[in-house]
Structures are given as C-alpha cells and as structure tokens.
Design a protein around this ligand. Structure first.
Ligand code: GLY
Ligand code: MN
Ligand code: MN
Length: 367
C-alpha cells in the first residue's frame, strides 16, 4: 500500500510540474509512512524526488521508526550533540536540488525548516504545495471510510450518553468534560480539535471555547466535537434545547435543519462543490438569515479535521466518489442564539451517504 501511495505522490509531482516535495511530520507524512513522527524542536524533513530513493534528514532517535516505515529512506541522521547542520548539508550534496522547484506544505512547514532548507540547501526554490498535495488524500479508500465510521459511532454514542446526564445549571466546561470522557471510554483516540460546548447566547460563537456559562432552560446548548480512529477524525455538531425551546430557538433551528437537509440532498458525484454551498445557503438566505451564516458550508474530513474539498463558493471542482466532507450550516445571531447542524458525508457512485446518523430534530436535554 505504501508503494502505491508513493507512486501517487510522484504522479502529483509530475502533474504539478514540480521537481520534488519536502514533508515535515504531519498527516501527509503519516499517510505515506503509517507513522506519527513528532513535530518538535528537532527538525525532521523528508524529500521525495521522482526516480530516486526518498531522503530523510532526521534526529538519530527516529532512525528505527524511519527504517520500519516501509519507505526506503536514505537517512541523514543527526545527534543532539552534533546538531543538524552537517546532516542537511550532506543531504543537499546528495539531492542536488539547485534551481529545482521543491513543494512544501505552506500551512504546516515552519519558519524553522524553511530557513534550514534555504540556508543549508542553497538554490532550492520552495513553492506552495498545499493544493497539489491535497490530491494525495482526497479520495478515501474502504479502510479510511471504515475508520471514519468507527470514529463517528464513538462520537455519536458519547453524545447520547452525555445528553442523558445534562442538567440545567451545569457549566459548558463540565459538560465538555463528560463528553470527552465518554469518547475515551468508548475507544476514541486523540481529539482532532478541542470540543466546543456553548450554552445560551454563546452558541452564536462558531468556534467558541467552553467556559463557565451554565446551561439554562429554554436556551440552546451547542456541541461541536470529534474523536479519531486510526487517525481518522469525526467532526459533528448538534444543537439541543435545554428543556422546552424558546420560540426563537425553534424558529432558527427549523431553518438550519432545512438547510442541512438541502445540502445533503444536493451532494453527489459530478456536482460542483460550490453548488452544495449555494443550495444550502439559499435556504438560510430565503428565510432572511443570510447575514448570520458566516462561514462556508463545509470542509473535507480525514486524517485532518479540515482538509480538501472545501464546500465553498468558488470551488468549482466536481465531487467524486470517496470524497468525505462536512455539511454544517449555521445561523449565529450575536448575543441571542446560535444553531449549527453538522454531518459528515461521503460521495458514493450514486449520490451521497451521511456517515453521521445522530437525530437532527431539535432534542430536549435536561430531563
Ligand atoms: N466550522 C466551520 C468551518 O470551520 O468552516
Ligand atoms: Mn465541527
Ligand atoms: Mn467542521
């Protein structure tokens, strides 16, 4: 499997008119090596050049894991006492990348590694590789989808358990703690992002952090959270009412629920990503809440919680079987109420399947 992934990377390099790719620890290197290398103060950079064995410049303590990764790296190891300068200089002599276009992950590579490459590997032309590299993990195989299903099941079961315990008067932080424990108890792995639990008017903060606000009757309680299985992330949002909903919460909720349903119905193979955004957004605009839907309709989901394809105006790319992404319309009325309903869908040969199945009707928590 590693060999075919490497070949896909070389195909990407050729199609994008690149000479090489340099990766630091992160999801792409994980995908190629099946190993989670630590991103830390010690630089570890791998170089992939079509037609030759990949090269790794790495701290000596990672030598064994690199050897077991299934990729035939030529290793330039450096020790803590000698430092990394000599290893990068030796790799530069081996790679001969003077004047070559070397693509990096512009959202991941740090100034540390970029400076090292430019100073110790003179003549290398660093270019943004984020877009072409997104192809590597864009279509999920059956194993990836099985892992996503498992992560989603853990998250959904954990939310059911957590909601059974929610009572008015509990703080956002207490509720978030219960949700986190419920996922870990069910076998969830690392959290792809810090869970969001927001009560009352704070639900109008799309990326708010749980704090000391207490859940109160008639108010929304918004959960946006996930877990991982084999590195693959779930990313689910549900908004519930604590006790009976206020009329305003029920009104806003119904619009978001309709938008979410329209988005899921619109998704399918051959549909431009922006079309799913347009159809979802139109429901909210037609109800007069367009100004309160302040983000894209969704984003790809896999080894990262945010990856390609973005479901956003301007993304004309046609959806393809195996693509997995979120559909997460929201309405955020500052100081008043926020509602988001987020599902995780996979494009199939004949349409789209929502991997998330948690109820979408407005649930009441708090007994
Ligand atoms: N949670 C919405 C986004 O990040 O696009
Ligand atoms: Mn989310
Ligand atoms: Mn999301």
């Amino acid at each position: 499997m590693t060999g075919s992934r490497l070949q896909t990377l070389y195909d990407i390099i050729a199609r994008a008119n690149l000479d090489a790719v340099a990766l630091i620890p992160g999801p792409n290197l994980h995908y190629l090596t099946h190993t989670d290398f630590h991103l830390m103060e010690r630089p570890l950079v791998t170089f992939f050049v079509p037609g030759r064995d990949p090269v790794a410049v790495a701290p000596a303590l990672e030598a064994d894991r690199l050897a077991e990764s299934g990729i035939p790296f030529k290793l330039f190891a450096w020790s803590d006492s000698e430092g990394y300068t000599g290893a990068f200089a030796a790799a530069a002599s081996e790679l001969k990348l003077d004047g070559k276009r070397v693509a990096v992950e512009e959202l991941r590579m740090r100034v540390l590694e970029a400076d090292i490459i430019q100073e110790l590997m003179p003549g290398v032309r660093l270019v943004h590789g984020g877009d072409p590299l997104a192809e590597l993990r864009l279509r999920k195989d059956a194993d990836a989808i099985a892992s996503l299903r498992a992560a989603i099941k853990i998250s959904e079961d954990a939310l059911h358990a957590c909601l059974a315990d929610v009572r008015p008067g509990m703080t956002e932080r207490e509720i978030a703690g219960r949700l986190v424990v419920a996922q870990l108890e069910r076998g969830g792995g690392k959290h792809p992002f810090e869970p969001i639990v927001l009560a009352g008017p704070r639900s109008a903060l799309p990326h708010g952090e749980p704090g000391d606000r207490r859940a109160a009757e008639g108010e929304p309680l918004l959960f946006d959270f996930g877990t991982t299985v084999d590195g693959y992330a779930s990313d689910i949002t549900r908004t519930v009412s604590v006790g009976a909903p206020s009329a305003r919460l029920a009104e806003v909720y119904a619009v978001v629920q309709a938008a979410n349903a329209a988005g899921r119905a619109a998704a399918g193979p051959g549909v431009p990503a922006q079309e799913v955004d347009r159809i979802t957004r139109k429901v909210i605009e037609d109800a007069g809440f367009g100004a309160y839907f302040t983000h894209r309709t969704g984003h790809g989901l896999g080894l990262e919680a945010h990856e390609s394809p973005n479901i956003v105006e301007g993304n004309t790319r046609a959806l393809e079987p195996g693509m997995v992404f979120t559909i997460e319309p929201g309405i955020y009325i500052p100081g008043e109420v926020g509602v988001r309903i987020e599902d995780n869908v996979v494009i199939t040969a004949g349409g789209a399947e929502s991997l998330t199945t948690f109820p979408r009707d407005l649930l009441r928590a708090g007994g």
